[in-house]
Design a protein around this ligand. Structure first.
Ligand code: 3PG
Length: 213
């Protein structure tokens, strides 16, 4: 395990699920992060899929001490820099590119890049990134595919995301090269829109207690 990947796994602190969030209104970010942390999910990913995403990250980083906020759906070095400047503690990308690898080389902030094929996994590994996102997990072959990467690419650990829910998460957590899973099921759009923070806290609590099956 290499430096920044190790740092990211230790920040995660054994949390089994990273919520993947779409925050449409920055005003929702703080109560949302507080609810998730109260339910046991301190590390959260706010995706850059909404116009308020960077402001949401800024607010959580500044106001929610108990949360560890990262940026997701980061596609290029400009977004990497903006997300890091907003206070992201880690950066998630759906894929791996040479320019994102270069951006993380110039930054203290760890990159969790997406990879599926052995070639993509090797490209990130060559850059010293041994903790990677396996995305889109279900669509790309799920746990069977992940298990088949374990022997030839033994140095790599994964956070699978894409199509994962409370139902199949335990199967993923049982795969030896899986550290945690990511998913949006913990904070559904309509619950955020309606400010159902208690329900999100309870979904987070269930997710934080998930164990390998
Ligand atoms: C991601 O970016 O990790 C995915 O969009 C999350 O996938 P899900 O919505 O299927 O959980």
């Amino acid at each position: 395990m290499t430096g920044k990947s190790e740092k990211l796994i230790s920040l995660l602190g054994g949390q089994p699920v990273i919520p993947v969030l779409k925050v449409k209104d920055a005003a929702d970010a703080v109560p949302l992060a507080r609810a998730l942390a109260a339910g046991g999910l301190r590390m959260i990913e706010i995706t850059l899929r909404t116009k308020d995403a960077l402001e949401a990250i800024r607010r959580v980083a500044g106001e929610v001490e108990e949360a560890i906020v990262g940026a997701g759906t980061v596609l290029d070095p400009k977004q990497f820099a903006e997300a890091a400047a907003a206070g992201s503690k880690f950066i998630v990308s759906p894929g791996v590119t040479a320019s994102l690898i270069a951006a993380q080389g110039d930054s203290e902030v760890p990159l969790l890049p997406g990879a599926i094929t052995p070639g993509e996994v090797m490209m990130a590994l060559e850059a010293g990134i041994s903790f990677q996102k396996f995305f889109p997990a279900e669509q790309a072959g799920g746990t069977v595919f992940l298990r088949s990467l374990a022997s030839p690419l033994a140095a790599v650990r994964f956070c699978p995301t894409g199509g994962i829910s409370a139902l199949n998460a335990p199967e993923y957590l049982a795969v030896p090269n899986v550290v945690c899973v990511g998913g949006s099921w913990v904070a559904p759009d309509e619950m955020i829109r309606e400010g159902k923070w208690d329900m999100i806290e309870s979904l987070a609590r269930q997710a934080s207690e998930l164990k390998p099956i």
